[in-house]
Design a protein around this ligand. Structure first.
Ligand SMILES: Cc1ncc(COP(=O)(O)O)c(C=O)c1O
Ligand SMILES: [Zn+2]
Length: 408
């Protein structure tokens, strides 16, 4: 596989042996790299791909060598559901849900972790580290569990308990830091560099976005190449939203699809630091702040992939939109009861964003739309607890029947 790494900021290109993570001229924040393939020499046809196969079916468009190490757990090949009744309710022609809660550790992040493991083995590392709001962490922990690699995970100690326990049950080394994700990220970088470990920090490791882009590629295959007009997804650091553009774009470069859908990034109002940069326009300049949202996975105050996210979303013709915590929680409940897809708050954010975009006329009636549900609701059930009352009933048939008469 031949490819180069190109800086998103200055456009300089590097061979993969020359740099590991980011552009030495532009630094970690602005100089994230993109993987650029030798598209002329990649021959691919639609018939090669199947709706159920794992993410490595796209290896022709992944930065992997022949005979690469494929982690044992199956990542990707997650379902794409269609719900005509929801489409009708929203006034759009198609409503599709790409549900990545069915990945081995129940989030989209498994796509990046699988790629990180393949690259770590290729490069001869023994330890991989990550800083994470929770999902990337539990994902790395789970996917390294059946391998010889060790994982060290830096998280804000405030991450949801189920995610912390998930990390521990897989046997990873957990570093729960009494600070925000943004602080945990900087500390992980300092310690990881000093220790010589491989970084699974998505924004700075250019290969991880390549793993994530397979979600977009699966949407192309699973719609039988009838791409939706819009794809909505939640945004924290900005890597997942960038990866959706890149997946469709790389497929377009080799002639598999004829266009790229408009990519829409959805942020929580209390953590909308990518949207703000996008709305100010080019040249995009990072603007950080303190993040606060019920959607813990996207509560990011210092988005590491902000430049790429803004550039890619702009190229797709899409936009960013922010929603309140209340809108996210309502969307979580509505999506679960209408479709049976129980998303964590960050995974429900795109549904909230879609409803708002339709209300504001930013998505036209009759459009076809896919939302990407990036994590399972079981990851963080705290958010919905207050909505429900679970009072035990006495074990008598009559009182149970009376209760049922009220509920039915
Ligand atoms: C469930 C979920 N959705 C969305 C995102 C956003 O991804 P990114 O930080 O790459 O923007 C994350 C990241 O942690 C996540 O865990
Ligand atoms: Zn540069």
């Amino acid at each position: 596989m031949s490819y180069v790494l190109r800086c998103i900021n200055c456009g300089r290109t590097f061979s993969p042996d020359e740099v590991e993570y980011t552009c030495p001229y532009c630094g970690d924040r602005k100089g994230t790299l993109e993987v650029v393939y030798d598209f002329e020499n990649i021959k691919a046809s639609r018939e090669e791909f199947s709706p159920e196969a794992d993410m490595f079916q796209f290896r022709k468009l992944l930065p992997l060598r022949k005979g690469f190490y494929k982690p044992p757990l199956k990542v990707g090949g997650t379902p794409l559901y269609e719900f005509p009744s929801v489409a009708e309710k929203l006034g759009i022609s198609r409503f599709l849900v790409k549900y990545d809660g069915t990945n081995p550790t129940a989030s989209y992040k498994d796509r990046a972790s699988a790629m990180a493991i393949a690259k770590a083995v290729e490069k001869g590392y023994e330890v991989i580290y990550a800083a994470s709001t929770g999902n990337a962490a539990s994902s790395l922990a789970g996917l390294t569990a059946p391998t010889h690699l060790k994982s060290v995970i830096f998280v804000p100690a405030s991450a949801p308990k189920p995610k912390l326990l998930q990390i521990l049950v897989y046997g990873a080394i957990l570093v729960p830091i009494d600070a925000s994700y943004d602080v945990a990220f900087d500390l992980s970088m300092e310690i990881g560099r000093e220790m010589g470990w491989y970084s699974r920090n998505s924004a700075i490791n250019p290969y991880l976005l390549e793993g994530k882009k397979t979600g977009a590629m699966e949407i192309a295959v699973q719609t039988d190449w009838e791409l939706p007009d819009y794809v909505f997804v939640g945004v924290g650091d900005g890597t997942v939203v960038s990866s959706l553009f890149k997946g469709f774009y790389d497929m377009w470069k080799v002639g598999l699809v004829d266009r790229v859908p408009k990519i829409v990034g959805v942020q929580a109002e209390g953590a909308d630091f990518v949207k703000r940069v996008f709305d100010k326009g080019e040249p995009f300049e990072p603007e950080d702040g303190e993040a606060k949202s019920v959607a813990d996975s996207i509560a990011v105050g210092k988005p590491r992939d902000v430049i790429k996210a803004c550039k890619y979303v702009k190229r797709s013709g899409g936009f960013f939109i922010s929603v309140t915590d209340e809108e996210i929680l309502d969307a979580q409940l509505e999506l679960a009861s209408d479709t049976g897809v129980f998303a964590e708050p960050a995974g429900a954010a795109p549904y909230a964003g879609l409803k708002k975009a339709i209300r504001e006329g930013r998505v036209e009636r009759g459009a076809s739309v896919a939302i990407v549900v990036t994590g399972s609701g079981l990851k963080d059930p705290r958010s919905i607890e207050s909505h429900f009352d679970i009072t035990p009933l006495s074990p008598e048939k009559e009182s149970i029947m009376e209760y049922l008469r009220k509920e039915l």
